[in-house]
Structure formats: structure tokens, C-alpha cells
Design a protein around this ligand. Sequence first.
Ligand code: MN
Length: 322
Amino acid sequence: MAYDLIGDIHGHADKLTALLGKLGYESRAGTWRHPDRTAIFVGDFIDRGVQQLETLEIVRAMIDGGHARAVMGNHEFNAIAWSQIDPANPGQHLRRRNDKNRRQHAAFLAAVGEDSELHTEWTEWFLTLPLWLDLGGLRVVHACWDSAAVATVRNILGGALLNRDVMPDACRIGAAGTSSFAPDGTRSEAGSDLFLGIETLLKGIEVDLPHGRSFFDKDGHERSSVRTCWWQQSPVSYRDGAMLPASDRHILPDVPMPKQAVPGHDGGSPVFVGHYWMTGLQTPIEPRVACVDYSAGRGGPLVAYRWTGEAELAARNFVASH
Ligand SMILES: [Mn+2]
């Protein structure tokens, strides 16, 4: 099999068509296609860019024509939650319509018209996107392939698809208001099992710093938790396993993270993700893990990985829109 894994587009259709052209796809009869390759999108089609509907139309036509597959990103998940009333709080939506959330979603809302028929049509389509794809030789998920999270979500949903009925449970955040792991590997009052599993799959893993410590990130915000490089093999220290620029890592303690926060690649087939706003050199992050998000949503190129069956991934197989 031959697949082209394509990163987070975030409303930049021009980058998408440039990349598809470079990969040898042609636009014919209303859809982009390749004679013998299939595209796989890692999610995050919407928000940020000015070509929200153009992006969605291209992707949907490719999927409908059998020329592409896709998984759901956290932005599509949030869009579904934005569109749906919270049965426990009538008058509110599953994703709170506050200023911060509205700013993040503004480009999409402007494109569809909030609460319009078009808005409903696209959020219904988002529900057709699976949370992961396991195609035997390769696996695809938006942020983190944690076997425990995949198993939990699969058991609850009976597969990889969400629906409107399970969305309230999928959005049930705990009293702590966070999904991070405590330093001892537990999560207290952290929400429903479905919520926690989906958080891991679509947003990755966060862990609290030990002993109530905190640090100031590059934007000057005080933070008491960090996102982890989930693909590393445990044991790994906070300093080595946190997703922070190398220049900032010395802020973190040189003590082990709980293993739940760094499940590592499980030794099975290669895993492709997006989500992490990578910059610089396009290269696998582990021999069997590659991130194809190189920040197309904020000035970077849209990136693809051309996969042709290899178990060990290679930097030479990345292709960028510019
Ligand atoms: Mn994302």
C-alpha cells in the first residue's frame, strides 16, 4: 500500500493544493486524485486560516471519491462540542461559548455562519471522522497513540467513531478542570473515561510537576504542568521528557515522570500524528513515529510523509508545500 500522510491544514487550502501537486495528485472532475496513492489527513482542517470551506470541500471530495482517508483533530472535536447543547446545562453548549473559545473558532464560524444549516452540515461531517485509523502496516491518530487510551475509547464506543449521543460523556471534564497526570501517575476528579481517552488521542498527554512546582513559559504564563514527549521510552525525567524548547528544559526537575505520562511507541507498526506545531528540519521523531504538522496554520509549510510500506521511517520521505 502507498499512503501520503498530510499534516494539519487549518484553513490553508492554497498550501494543500500546492502540496498535492508536488505529490503528483491532479484535480479532475472535482476531486484531487493520484493514480496509485491514497492521502491520509491527520485532522485539524479548520480554524485560523481564511480558506475554511475551500479546505473542507477539497478533503471531503477526496474522501468521497476514495482518494483519501482522515482522522479527527481536536479542532473538529471542539467544533462538534461547540455546536451541541449540553443536556446537563440547557442553554449552554458542550463547549462553552466564551470569548477565548470563540476567538479560537472565529474563522470557521465566520465561514459557515454560526448555527446555520451549513454549520450543522459540517459538524455532522466531522462526526464521520474516526478518532484513529489502524491499517495494519501503519496507524494514524491526531496527537498520541497510547494503547491504553485506544482500548478504553474502543471499549466505550465499540469502535473509533463518535456520535451526538456520546458527546456529553466525551466532554465530561472533572472538577479539577484538567486531564493531566499527577506525579504519582493517578488522575483525580479528572472527568469521564471517554473524555480522558479522547484528550490523550487528540491532544496528547500532560503531567503535573512534582511538589506543586511551576515555571514560566515563553509567553510569561505560569504553568504547573507540561506536555510530554509521549513516544519516549519510560523511564524518562521531567527534564528530558517534556515538550519544551531545549533551552528551557533546565527549568524542570531531573526526576522521573510517571510511566503513564510517557507510554512510548509500543513496538508495533509506525504511528503518524499531527498536532505539535513542529518547526525546522522535517524528520521522524522516533524510528516508528512521525509528526507531519509543521505549522501550516501559522506561516509554516504544509507537510506530507510519503509512506510505501516501510517499518522504519526516514527523513527523505517528507515533502513540503514550500
Ligand atoms: Mn491539533
